[in-house]
Design a protein around this ligand. Structure first.
Ligand code: SF4
Ligand code: SF4
Ligand code: FES
Length: 649
């Protein structure tokens, strides 16, 4: 038996044309239709090779094949490991597999040794031989390649690493642990069991009830209750309904959906099929960013394998229920993440939003009732069915149930993919899991929810992560990107950066969004050039409120959020720009000034050497000085001086 998907013998009759309802459970625990110890033994042997039990003498090396590790060189590691393992004569004991993102992207390329769960970081091709010799042959992990904290302490085992300790990885449970290009591994890890149980033991109404009871809310934006959405679509009389997965993840800093699709695509597919059964739909679309080629490739493979196994297509597992799934690669516009624009794009039209009456659940794709949820929402569905709505409802807070995946990036020490229960505070996320701020700098703010989200200051870090708390702070959950900023980030420039993004991405349909964001951006650019005035702040606030109140779709109604939250929480920085013509963070080039403190300067000449315009003069071993008329404010002197003698004003 080369794959768990192969027939154990001729008595197994399952195929898409001759479906067997026990197929999914039978793969792992069967055979059920005949009693043959040899068939059972062969299945067990396959399972043990993929999921080696402790003490079996078998090992599996999981090499992270997520995009970040891949870009750092992980794609060439499996082949190098296989060769070295073969050379050492260990091919019977150690297998190597490329998996999805393991989470701790900052330390990549990563590789995890199972079953002991030893994690190796920052791997290079040169490290392969040492791991094979010392660990696989000698039985001792290679110390220098283990995760190391600031104090120099090493952590051999993944669950002990602080980054993972406070997380609750349920949606990401399989991500990084199974081969995303092999449906057999998904099934072996419990996949498609939820679908089987739905098809043969629950009515569509019972499925919807279960999702409603769980309290699952959409993970893509505003957090609309998922069960209610499904119920609304089912109630509309129609012979055709659609299911859409929104995988058009466009926020700068967001990579949750990409990682899930790259690491566990079948979880999303299974969630979509269950949704189709619940609402009475036989067709679905995954609208995925074309800029995610690896995610698209793995999704395509997963869909093909699901069809070949009879888990997609006609008469799934002999239940009488049919579901077909298509991939629609995105058109590259941020606004296509908006539900009505997304549907217009699938229909072959220009992706612009339409008014939401009637709702998509009544009249959506091709005018038919449609449920649109995002990647993470669908990936939660099989878990809820398998473990029960009560299990899910017990995680999180009163109004926000379950866990949430975040893409943690910016100035935090450990960037990567994180999953925490709702209710976890922002402080826990940044400091306990993310390890705090890089380079001993001071935390300044975090931006949550992408370009439409808000900036949260230090004194609000005890805020629990839930839909209502974040909205109350002027931010939003969004799809889950968190960008951490330190003392070197200028909040005016941050607001300008995000508004620059939304202004460019405005589809132009409505005037407040098209013109309002443009005017706001002009003002912010003026301020960062040092040409702003105090009255600009109230004008920004006024425009922001108008754009929010009168724009047509979510892009416009949330675009001013970064500006309004920075004005609310970091007003003094704006005032510094417009009254003192100063940017203390030093990000606004036009407002930067550098001086040399004579009392600290030892006259080493390093700054004069690196200055590209020779603006620094001084005799050796005597204090130097900067000619501000010549200085182009590049900051190279500030970076090079080891005596903190160059001051940024
Ligand atoms: S690098 Fe620092 S200490 Fe050396 S000359 Fe420049 S300012 Fe003075
Ligand atoms: S900021 Fe750049 S241009 Fe100005 S003095 Fe320093 S190195 Fe020279
Ligand atoms: S891509 Fe490897 S850990 Fe995220």
């Amino acid at each position: 038996m080369r794959s768990l998907m192969d027939r154990c013998c001729s008595r197994c009759t399952h195929s898409p044309q001759t479906p067997c309802k026990d197929y999914v459970l039978c793969r792992r625990d069967g055979p059920f239709c005949h009693d043959d110890p040899e068939c059972k033994r062969r299945r067990k042997a396959w399972l043990n090779s993929r999921f080696p039990p402790p003490g079996s003498g078998q090992r599996r090396l999981l090499v992270c094949g997520g995009l970040t590790c891949g870009a750092a060189g992980s794609f060439s590691l499996p082949e190098a490991f296989r060769k070295a393992i073969e050379k050492a004569g260990l091919e019977e004991q150690v297998t190597v597999t490329l998996v999805g993102c393991l989470g701790l992207c900052e330390e990549g390329p990563l590789a995890l040794v199972m079953p002991e769960r030893v994690l190796y970081c920052r791997l290079k091709l040169e490290d392969v031989a040492a791991i094979v010799e010392e660990h696989f042959k000698g039985g001792k992990p290679v110390e220098r390649l283990l995760f190391r904290d600031d104090t120099g302490k090493t952590y051999p085992f993944l669950p002990e690493i602080p980054f993972y300790r406070k997380q609750q990885r349920v949606v990401l449970e399989r991500c990084g642990y199974i081969n995303p290009e092999d449906i057999a591994e998904y099934i072996a890890a419990g996949g498609y069991r939820a679908l089987t149980s739905v098809l043969f033991s629950l009515s569509p109404e019972e499925v919807i009830e279960e999702i409603k009871k769980s309290g699952l809310r959409g993970r893509g934006g505003a957090g609309f209750p998922t069960g209610k959405k499904w119920e609304a679509a089912r109630r509309v009389p129609s012979s055709k309904r659609y299911v859409i997965c929104n995988a058009d993840e466009g926020d700068p800093g967001a990579f949750m959906d990409r990682a899930l699709l790259e690491g566990d695509p079948h979880a999303v597919i299974e969630g979509m099929i269950i949704c189709g059964y619940a609402i009475g739909s036989d067709e679905g679309y995954v609208y995925v960013r074309a800029e995610y080629p690896l995610a698209v490739k793995r999704l395509r493979i997963a869909i093909e394998q699901a069809y070949a196994a009879g888990l997609l297509g006609e008469n799934i597992l002999g239940s009488g229920f049919s579901f077909h799934l298509h991939i629609n690669e995105g058109a590259g516009a941020f606004v296509c993440g908006e539900s009505t624009a997304l549907m217009a794009s699938i229909e072959g039209n220009r992706g612009i939003p339409r008014i939401k009456v009637p709702r998509s659940t009544e009249k959506g794709l091709f005018g038919k009732p449609t449920v649109l949820n995002n990647v993470e929402t669908f990936a939660n569905v099989p878990l809820i069915i398998l473990r029960g709505s009560q299990w899910f409802a017990n995680i999180g807070t009163k109004g926000s149930k379950g866990t949430k995946i975040f893409a943690l990036s910016g100035k935090v020490k450990h960037t990567g993919l994180v999953e925490v229960p709702m209710g976890t505070t922002l402080k826990e996320l940044i400091f306990d899991i993310g390890g705090g701020i890089k380079g001993g700098k001071r935390f300044k703010a975090l931006q949550i929810g992408g370009p439409s989200g808000g900036c949260i200051p230090e004194d609000m870090l005890d805020l629990p992560i839930d839909y209502e708390s974040l909205t109350g702070a002027g931010a939003m959950m969004g799809s889950g990107s968190i960008v951490v900023m330190d003392e070197d980030n200028c909040m005016v420039n941050t607001a300008r950066f995000f508004l620059n993004f939304t202004e460019r991405e405005s589809c132009g349909k409505c005037t407040p969004c098209r013109e309002g964001t443009k005017q706001m951006l002009n003002i912010l650019e003026r301020i960062t050039r040092g040409e702003g005035s105090p009255s600009d702040l109230s004008l920004l606030e006024f425009l922001g409120q108008v754009v929010k109140a009168t724009s047509f779709c979510g892009l416009g109604t949330s675009a001013p959020n970064p500006v309004l939250t920075t004005l609310r929480f970091f007003r003094s920085e704006y005032l510094q720009h417009v009254t003192e013509r100063r940017c203390s963070a030093g990000e606004c080039m036009a407002l930067r000034r550098f001086v040399i403190l004579a009392e600290k300067c030892i006259g080493c000449g390093a700054c004069a050497y690196v200055c590209p315009v020779k603006a620094i003069k001084g005799e050796k071993k005597k204090p130097h000085h900067i000619d501000e008329k010549v200085c182009v404010k590049c900051g190279r002197c500030f970076e090079i001086c080891r005596f903190q003698a160059v001051k940024r004003l």
